[in-house]
Design a protein around this ligand. Sequence first.
Ligand SMILES: [Zn+2]
Length: 183
Amino acid sequence: MNGNSRPPHHPGAGARSDLMQLDPGLAAAYFDLPATPPPFPLPARSTDSEFFWASGRDGVLRMMRCADCSYIVHQPSPYCPGCGSAHVAAAALSGRGTVYSFTVAVQTFVPGLAPYCLALVQLEEQADVRLMARLVDVAAADVTIDMPVAVAFIKMSDQVWVPCFTPAPVSPRVTEPANQENL
Ligand SMILES: [Zn+2]
């Protein structure tokens, strides 16, 4: 085993499935996640992050990107951690990614704020950019590691569109035919 291997599949998945068979009450707790999650508190905004929260106004996810080496800088920073350049600016991204990890919150610590699924979404453009966001429009039991997702925004005010993610079809990919010279 090397240090670069991915962690195993969600460790609770199997146990959860067994419990759901044993306990119908628990099974009932594994509901469809709502298309529009409950109203979370507004995020705190700063000069650096204001563009990020407003980006969903036109349905496009944006993050800071370095003009010199293309590195995506998230959390927002005035400097590129890749090359040290100060030429960083908000840039449009595809909004596509995969679920790197996730958790389902069922305990209602604040009235109205559960259930929800919080995921760490690895963005298509850069493997080390992972955005913490809620998953919507999916049954909690159907969420899997590496599931393709696409960004969706929830408008919370005239300045804040919170990025969430929904399941997305796998992008069509062009594959080369197998080398048949030796067949
Ligand atoms: Zn750079």
